[in-house]
Design a protein around this ligand. Structure first.
Ligand SMILES: [Zn+2]
Length: 163
């Protein structure tokens, strides 16, 4: 999904060596390097601090469970994006946010950044229309219910294996 044309002037990009960076897409018309652009998103392992249960959701009519996730807005920090997406999608307030890991998802040209988000209780639960259904799972139940071979499963299993 690397761009073939300059995002400013539309000219075909070539490649040129940039000292210390290697071969980078270059617009001869603008005389500027054009570093590849991609999307940034956050996904969350939402943990209830009192019960240690993990929230998984269903979306887009699919039967399997995934993690709460969403794209990061320009000017927003990853932590702000995680707290905002959690609030928008579930109504809940993030009490503490801890970074886990990231992985690039080629299909949507997105760097997915995974966090653990702790919530105090599920009393604020007020899901928006993006969520078909949701459930709280014990750690092992969560491992068994997350969509197999998904990015969500990669993040969840890594989290469960090291905490
Ligand atoms: Zn250009």
């Amino acid at each position: 999904m690397t761009e073939k044309f300059c995002r400013e002037c539309g000219s075909p990009l070539t490649e040129k060596e940039l000292a210390g960076e290697g071969i980078i897409p270059f617009c001869p018309q603008c005389g500027e390097f054009r570093f590849p652009m991609y999307n940034v998103a956050v996904s969350m392992i939402v943990v209830n601090r009192q019960t240690d249960e993990i929230l998984l959701i269903r979306q887009y009519g699919k039967p399997s469970y995934i993690l709460v996730a969403g794209y990061v807005n320009r000017t927003e920090s990853l932590e702000q994006a995680a707290a905002r997406e959690l609030k928008e999608e579930t109504g809940m307030t993030a009490e503490r946010i801890r970074f886990n890991r990231t992985r690039f998802f080629e299909r949507s040209n997105t760097l997915m950044c995974n966090f653990t988000v702790f919530v105090r209780d599920s009393g604020e639960w007020n899901p928006n229309e993006e969520i078909d259904s949701a459930a709280w799972f014990s750690r092992e139940e969560a491992r068994n219910n997350i969509r197999p071979n998904s990015l969500a499963a990669y993040f969840l299993n890594a989290y469960l294996d090291e905490t």
